[in-house]
Design a binder for this molecule. Sequence first.
Ligand SMILES: [Zn+2]
Length: 295
Amino acid sequence: MKNKLLFKRYFYFISIIILIMLVSCKYQSEQNPLEGEQIPDMGNIPRTGQWINLTDEQIEMMKLEGGAEIEGRKPNPISNNLLQQKYPNILVLRGSLNDKRVALTFDDGPDPRYTPQILDILKKYDAKATFFLVGARAAAHRGITERIVEEGHAVGNHTYWHPNLSKEGVERLEWEVTDTENVLNEILGYKPSLFRPPYGALNEELVEKVGELGNSAIGWSVDSLDWMQLSPEQIKNNVLSNIHPGAIILMHDGGHWTMDLLGTVQSLHEIIPELQEDGVEFVTVPELIDINDRK
Ligand SMILES: [Zn+2]
């Protein structure tokens, strides 16, 4: 009788322990739904770039003369398409529609906050890209500029101070292009032949001047809209829902000092492998359109 009672108590005790273990496992899995996820919750990360504790000097270097892209950029795909039809030998917006190749392009770097992270991701997936560099930033970050080329990527000219050239005119264009060429020549040993206008702002006069200076103007056919500081998910959707053979994709590896581009960095972890799974190759702009990237 005593033994029976002891067994009963023991049975209840074990049952309660098992029940507690089951409940705590379920509770834990509900507490950590993001465990193992590659993309962190971007809502918890300040979206201003100031979290890095920049010095006054760094802030000065990270200002864009024409202002943050989100303030200055006015997407004008129709005007740029008409300009391309008028100047097909100077202005390029995409590669061949028969190619299973695309070109990622990054503007406004080199930026010590984002460019090295992006280079690491490109290396991980063995993808090549094109970086349109701001001359003043290349001069300030020579090591990153050299690394871009050493790792097989192409570089282009994105002016020295990033002004809005449609407001400044052709004389300003000429010295912005020349000063950037000179600094890149000094760092890399060659002058790039690819030029991208800040904010995508072009007109007929500017396109003609780009051609006179021996450059090709490189636009894009897919805008990731990452300059709006979107989430990784939004950036990925913008790219993947507009992608096509021969696409030139606009992204940013640097920005005005207030800009946070962590969404761009994170989105690449999904965009690149998803397209590679479909057999798409990531090449540089000069490879995509078969031109020499040096003068
Ligand atoms: Zn820019």
